[in-house]
Write a protein that binds this ligand. Sequence first.
Ligand SMILES: Cc1cc2nc3c(=O)[nH]c(=O)nc-3n(C[C@H](O)[C@H](O)[C@H](O)COP(=O)(O)OP(=O)(O)OC[C@H]3O[C@@H](n4cnc5c(N)ncnc54)[C@H](O)[C@@H]3O)c2cc1C
Length: 398
Amino acid sequence: MHFEFSPAERAFAEEVRSFLRAHPPETFPIDGMDAGYGSGAHSRPFLRALADQGWLSLTWPRAYGGQERPLTHKLLLFEELAAAAAPFGPLAGCDQTAEGIIRYGSEHLRREVLPRIARGDATFWQGFSEPDAGSDLLSLKTEAARHGDEYVIRGHKIWSSHAGISSYGLVLARTGPAARRSQGLSMFVVDNATPGMDIRPIRSLTGEVYHYEVFLDEVRVPAECLLGKEGEGFTQLLRGLDTDRFWGRFYKAPMLRRVLDELVRHANETTRNGVPLARDSAIRRRLASLATEIEAVRLLFYRIGWMLQEGLPTPYETALCKVMADELGQAVAAFGMEMLGLYAPLTQDSRSAKLRGSIQHLYQTSMGQTIAGGTSEVLRSTVATRGLGLPSEPRVRD
Ligand SMILES: Cc1cc2nc3c(=O)[nH]c(=O)nc-3n(C[C@H](O)[C@H](O)[C@H](O)COP(=O)(O)OP(=O)(O)OC[C@H]3O[C@@H](n4cnc5c(N)ncnc54)[C@H](O)[C@@H]3O)c2cc1C
């Protein structure tokens, strides 16, 4: 067991910190809300600044313009960005899509889309969920039918994060008979500007827009926009979701640590009824136990990152760490609300708001986290079956 980053890895982390000092994250304009994952808000200009460093293609093969750096460099990049509250919202989605295109994509997608990702010019939304298909994604109804050199897609997606401000959707559609549930699905990279795409915002609990509803009405895409072969969509999805659970949550521990440090500062600077909050034993105990849990989640993520780097299978580990990270995020936000008391619900625009109103925002966005990318209930079932060897639950029939 070797619990240390190498000199090259430490040097890279310092390179990222020095970039952040030269490009203060708070000076970049924002184009989409922070949804509480730890990756901050969406900022295309910040994405382009990362692209200028070559960091959007850090681990890609050289043949596709990448630097072939080890996966730990990507971990360190994400960690430093989250610790600095940088607005790198679209980064994980770009990275996962690039991985999918490198692995399964046609020459057309590799030639057209990869360079746009590397330059910070293309961002992505995921078109999986539908009004009647969430946890049971295999019951999705969106269809894609081949006509000559094109596919024609018809369907309705919902909860598509940041769809309205992205460039392309990764759309899962049925290309085979519904009876062959998992074999009949295929994944398409669909340009948002394609005629027939109708993308409508859904306002979230915070009052901002994060989710969109997407109607696809006879959307015609070139056959080369199919990822891999027809019928491979479900396998690609499982692979993508597995890494999504890791890469979509890895930076939660550094983000929560940053929030906890702010709460500690607040406790040190605030008195209530003449007693400093920092001397209140209940508050001290809660802060200490949250700090312990954050450290445990951070180490768990490192371990799974190491497993991914070594190419080891992670049949249930990413489910396990997503459940832990998201539920811990809710616990930190709920404790922050409790600690700030009557100041807690005040938003950023209130003069009396504490910690810039960030805790109420985190609290509200944290609620969706245990649903997005697989609910905690479904993921616990994955841990029970694949991790503990328990039999699967019987399907409920209606
Ligand atoms: C913040 C956020 C971002 C999202 N972003 C996207 C996105 O970008 N793209 C996209 O496609 N979708 C996205 N989603 C949608 C998300 O993937 C679905 O909401 C999720 O898969 C659950 O599906 P559902 O909402 O239909 O709920 P259902 O599947 O109907 O579940 C309802 C309840 O039943 C429980 N349940 C269902 N099945 C089981 C089971 N087998 N065992 C135990 N309990 C079960 C669930 O845990 C849940 O509590 C997002 C959701 C959120 C909250």
